[in-house]
Design a protein around this ligand. Structure first.
Ligand code: AHG
Ligand code: MN
Ligand code: MN
Ligand code: MN
Length: 322
């Protein structure tokens, strides 16, 4: 087995021990979620749980199990002041916040509509810091993230981290349970001919997104002068991992059906962490009109229009909005 362990990489990078402990707890939680996802059909954990989360989505048993694993595992960390989860309505305060304490944001299971069909799902997380003693705000812009990451429960379980040293990918060794560095420097190719969007929503889109779609589906005779390929897994983690490995652009725009909610994807625990990872890998992250990492959230479960991926393509989509 090759590649340094997660702890070795974090220690060599000079990360503070409190942050290493928290990241190791997160890695343990992801390992436990991977185990539950893989055993889901055997334990009767597919189908619906019969409950809704705060955003009115039907919860799956594994949405709840993954959330419970994260809460039970990560609350051991003495410097963790608060949690924000997709599956928990209120912010969970664990202690009186002190300057330098950590805030953890997570989507315990992303792409959970793929569970019943045994396709790839993931976990997304983000860590920020309390600014000063007693400061109880979690509504901070994404540029203040200390670490952003995701776990992908695909053919292999991977942990991908942006922790101030570019983007690093670790693979879980089945059996020993050790995460080892397998992708030391993940970068997104600047140019791409591949896009990902739920095109069934075409009739609800605004003009700039319709125009982009028309351009990239027009092929060699169109304004882009080449053929584009399309992919849609309906699992943001899987989509973004593909983009980190070979380039591409991912769009979940504002449309007539999600405008009242502000978009589809949630800013604090889905879009901002992915935006940090994408920028650290050399890509771009915009709503179409604003840089995602500069947005100051107005509420913990806020949704936002999302364009992420290869820099030149993201810039082109932003230009279509001007
Ligand atoms: P979640 O499973 O955490 O609620 O998030 C699902 C998100 C995201 O992963 C994916 O990109 C998108 O929803 C899929 O949307 P469609 O159902 O429109 O395909
Ligand atoms: Mn959900
Ligand atoms: Mn999600
Ligand atoms: Mn989720």
């Amino acid at each position: 087995m090759s590649g340094p362990t997660l702890r070795r990489v974090l220690t060599d990078a000079g990360q503070p021990s409190d942050l290493i402990f928290l990241l190791e707890d997160i890695a343990s939680a992801c390992r436990a979620v991977a185990y539950e996802v893989r055993n889901g059909p055997l334990k009767g954990n597919l189908g619906l749980a019969g409950s809704e989360n705060v955003q009115g989505e039907d919860q799956k048993p594994l949405d709840i199990i993954a959330n419970d694993i994260f809460v039970a595992t990560c609350t051991n960390s003495p410097r963790l002041a608060a949690l924000v989860s997709e599956e928990i309505e209120e912010v969970v305060w664990l202690k009186e916040p002190k300057e330098g304490d950590y805030l953890l944001f997570f989507d315990p299971l992303d792409g959970s509509s793929n569970l019943d069909t045994n396709l790839s799902v993931g976990t997304i997380f983000s860590i920020m810091k309390v600014a000063e003693d007693g400061d109880r705000t979690v509504l901070k812009p994404g540029r203040e993230q200390v670490v952003a990451g995701y776990a992908l429960y695909g053919p292999a379980t991977m942990l991908v981290l942006a922790a101030g040293q570019g983007v690093q990918g670790f693979t879980l060794h089945q059996g020993s349970g050790i995460f080892r560095l397998t992708q030391p420097r993940m970068t997104i190719p600047e140019e791409t001919s591949e896009f990902a969007i739920n095109a069934s929503r075409h009739r609800h889109w605004d003009a700039p997104i319709k125009r982009y779609y028309d351009e990239v589906t027009a092929g060699r005779d169109g304004p882009r002068g080449r053929d584009f390929n399309m992919r849609w897994v309906a699992s943001m983690v899987a989509e973004m991992h593909r983009i980190l490995m070979r380039g591409g652009v991912f769009l979940y725009p504002l449309d007539d059906r999600n405008r009242d909610k502000g978009g589809r994807l949630r800013l604090l625990y889905e879009v901002a962490p992915m935006a940090m990872i994408v920028e650290a890998a050399g890509g771009g992250a915009t709503t179409g009109t604003e840089r995602i990492l500069d947005l100051v959230p107005t509420e913990p479960h806020q949704r936002i229009a999302t364009v992420l991926g290869s820099k030149s393509e993201v810039d082109h989509i932003a230009a279509l909005h001007r």
